[in-house]
Design a protein around this ligand. Structure first.
Ligand SMILES: C[S@@+](CC[C@H](N)C(=O)[O-])C[C@H]1O[C@@H](n2cnc3c(N)ncnc32)[C@H](O)[C@@H]1O
Length: 273
């Protein structure tokens, strides 16, 4: 499926504070647990596609240990510069590459890991996976992890907030190639591409009730400030005011009666010849 317009080639969440958002929300122990579930372990050579600030790359490096190697791949030179400075070593390297093109490495990888990445490529997900496994050896592990029902799992919202949020998400799907249901498609992609020994698991990524933690509050408000504002939504139910919409989101997130959850789906498979 072709990309619909130019907007979809840019990273939806791009803004000056994206590094901070990624840093605050990334739990290294969760990455290690999820990657170990997929079969990633000591001594492996791993490619981390869409590595952002390199925190996930470092988590994977701790999992593969001294005899392994992890390459973090991203197309943001700015985030990669920070990642290199913080985590670069004999066992951890970073490469700047736009995954709209296949990533070819001189040395094949034992595993390819990607998380919170395919959600940004609704129309091209399968092609992006093909590009990401171009350097994965036959018999290597592909592990894909993404959210499902992304940004839509709330209870306690007003009708107008719920409807506006749905409008925002549908505009992001149509004009920015965003996929709020990326998680549920991962298994099908691996199946269609002929991967073997498929396995899937589901875990909870956000589970927010009662008082909200500062890191969750920051993450949700940044999502709204960046993605909702870019979406082109007219905010008609708020008299055309983004600020009024934002204030209601803020009040909703700070209300201890609110319930918010997002499932994370992980699929892994083995590359065949
Ligand atoms: C949400 S962050 C990923 C976070 C990280 N993988 C994790 O698990 O926390 C998405 C990253 O994908 C990168 N990205 C977006 N489009 C890309 C592309 N076409 N090629 C390579 N990287 C891209 C962005 O620069 C950003 O750092």
């Amino acid at each position: 499926m072709p990309v619909k317009n130019r907007q979809s080639q840019a990273y939806l969440m791009e803004n000056q504070e994206e590094g901070k958002r990624l840093e605050l929300k990334t739990d290294k122990e969760a990455v290690k647990r999820q990657a170990a579930w997929a079969g990633i372990g000591p001594g492996m050579r791993v490619l981390d596609v869409g590595c952002g600030m390199g925190i996930t790359t470092q988590a994977l490096a701790e999992l593969v240990g001294e005899n392994g190697h992890v390459t973090g791949l991203d197309f943001s030179e700015e985030r990669l510069a920070i990642a290199r400075e913080r985590y670069g070593s004999d066992h951890v390297s970073f490469v700047c590459h736009d995954i709209h093109n296949p990533y070819q490495s001189d040395k094949p990888y034992d595993a390819m890991w990607t998380r919170f990445f395919l959600e940004y490529f609704r129309a091209e997900q399968q092609q992006i996976i093909v590009h990401s496994v171009a350097s994965l050896k036959t018999g290597g592990i592909a592990c894909l992890a993404d959210l499902d029902n992304n940004s839509l799992g709330h209870s306690g919202m007003s009708e107008r907030l719920q409807q506006t949020l749905l409008d925002v998400i549908s505009r992001l799907e149509k004009d920015f190639d965003f996929d709020p249901y990326a998680g549920r498609r991962l298994y099908g992609h691996l199946y269609n591409l002929g991967f073997q020994d498929l396995a899937c698991t589901v875990e909870i990524h956000h589970l927010i009730y009662g008082e909200i933690e500062e890191k969750d509050n920051y993450n949700w408000l940044r999502k709204v400030e960046v993605a909702a504002q870019k979406s082109g939504c007219p905010f008609t139910a708020y008299g055309g005011s983004f600020e009024a919409f934002h204030s209601e989101v803020q009040a909703f997130m700070s209300d201890p009666r609110r319930f918010t959850y997002t499932p994370l789906i992980i699929a892994r498979g083995i590359k065949t010849a």
